[in-house]
Every structure is written in C-alpha cells, then in structure tokens.
Design a protein around this ligand. Structure first.
Ligand code: SF4
Ligand code: SF4
Length: 63
C-alpha cells in the first residue's frame, strides 16, 4: 500500500495551486461541478509538495 495525497473537500476552495505544484501528470482533477479538486491516488507519488502549497490546509498524505 502506497501513501497518496487526500483532499478534505470541506476545506478546498478550488484555487488549483496544488495542480500547478504537483510534478506528476494528471494526478489532480478539477471538478467543475463543485469547484474542488480530486486526487487520482494511483498516480500520486506521495511526495508531499501539494501539501506545502495549499493555502487552506486541505491536503494531507496518507494511506
Ligand atoms: S503528493 Fe506529490 S505526487 Fe502526490 S498529488 Fe501531491 S504533489 Fe502530486
Ligand atoms: S491547493 Fe488546496 S485549496 Fe487549492 S485547489 Fe488544491 S486542495 Fe484545494
């Protein structure tokens, strides 16, 4: 089991900073319906970069 980024949708404001910070392709998906992001866990490498840029503390790394 690998660790991956998780999004707390209650906190996410859809700023997309995490999308720009992530070095891996197509990990984040911006969901237009609720203007928040989702993580494709199978593509995430668990590096934690996105966690450091999120202004709302909406991201964490876990299993
Ligand atoms: S932990 Fe790293 S690879 Fe995973 S979503 Fe965040 S920035 Fe991308
Ligand atoms: S950086 Fe944080 S608040 Fe901005 S879209 Fe990503 S998870 Fe949401």
């Amino acid at each position: 089991m690998y660790v991956s980024a998780k999004v707390d949708k209650e906190k996410c404001i859809g700023c997309k900073l995490c999308i720009f910070a992530c070095p891996e392709p197509n990990v984040f998906e911006f969901v237009k319906a609720d203007k928040k992001v989702e993580v494709n866990a199978s593509r995430c490498k668990g590096c934690g970069l996105c966690v450091t840029v999120c202004p709302k503390d909406a991201l964490s790394i876990g299993i």
